[in-house]
Write a protein that binds this ligand. Structure first.
Ligand code: ADP
Ligand code: AMP
Length: 221
């Protein structure tokens, strides 16, 4: 069976995309391309992109398509994507999905699989309110479900963990609406292209990962 290394992971905010992405990229040795992480990095650096994106992100709104697509276009053109990629948090609109198809034709790496992490709303609120992230490396933790070894400190890089500014109840409401209205239609979009694999994201972190590996390694029984 062909190795599946051109990947998208999707799902509502808080579904566990970032958590699973850390594990997938380690397993497959492909770059993790998270538009959310890229915007947060730009915000920390104080670049023009970061300043522009900040107000949208803190309010929970999507950053405009043209800006986001340009960011991904540049990232996908780098040599480390020659062996595959994992897109996390992109595409988030049908317009972005069509633009991505074009970009991937240009680099001759069409999508092999879209992993859709399925989680209900109640669990999302619980996960988002307990999420703590490392601003240095982007790794995410949870105060109950994924505790760091040292309280408040990132296991990977010893950064001091923080709560994201957009993980407030007000922003979360806007983000969930954006997901319902703009991103959820992508499930049908990728289903109709026969690329979608839905995973039960309500299971514990290791079980979700083993289900993902079954899809990617093709040995689901
Ligand atoms: P996303 O990238 O989809 O927004 P994250 O990967 O950051 O979501 O996960 C959101 C929160 O939920 C984090 O605090 C993470 O530790 C926690 N989490 C992720 N997957 C699970 C899971 N399967 N069970 C319980 N908590 C989880
Ligand atoms: P995430 O880390 O994926 O939860 O993204 C955090 C925020 O970054 C989102 O709420 C949006 O404001 C912005 N963002 C990330 N990816 C995209 C995208 N593909 N399109 C538009 N905005 C995005």
């Amino acid at each position: 069976m062909k190795e599946l290394k051109n990947l998208i992971i999707m799902g509502p905010p808080g579904a566990g995309k970032g958590t699973q992405s850390e594990k997938i990229v380690e397993e497959l040795n492909i770059p993790h391309i998270s538009t959310g992480d890229m915007f947060r990095e730009a915000m920390i650096q104080g670049t023009e992109l970061g300043k522009m994106a900040q107000q949208y992100i803190n309010e929970g709104k999507l950053v405009p398509d043209d800006v986001t697509i340009a960011l991904v276009k540049e990232r996908l053109s780098r040599p480390d994507c020659a062996n595959g990629y994992l897109l996390d948090g992109f595409p988030r609109t049908l317009y972005q999905a069509d633009a991505l198809d074009e970009l991937l034709k240009e680099i001759n790496r069409p999508v092999d699989k879209v992993l859709n992490i399925d989680v209900d709303k109640e669990a999302l609120i619980n996960r988002i309110s307990g999420r703590r992230v490392c601003p240095k490396c982007g790794n995410s933790y949870h105060i109950s479900y994924k505790k760091p070894h040292k309280d408040g400190i990132c296991d990977a890089c010893e950064g001091v963990l923080i709560q994201r500014k957009d993980d407030t109840p007000e922003s979360l409401k806007v983000r969930l609406d954006a997901y319902e209205n703009q991103t959820k239609p992508l499930i049908n979009y990728y289903q109709s292209k026969n690329l979608l694999a839905s995973i039960d994201g309500l299971q514990d972190i290791e079980k979700v990962f083993s289900d993902i590996l079954l899809v990617l390694k093709g040995d689901a029984r």
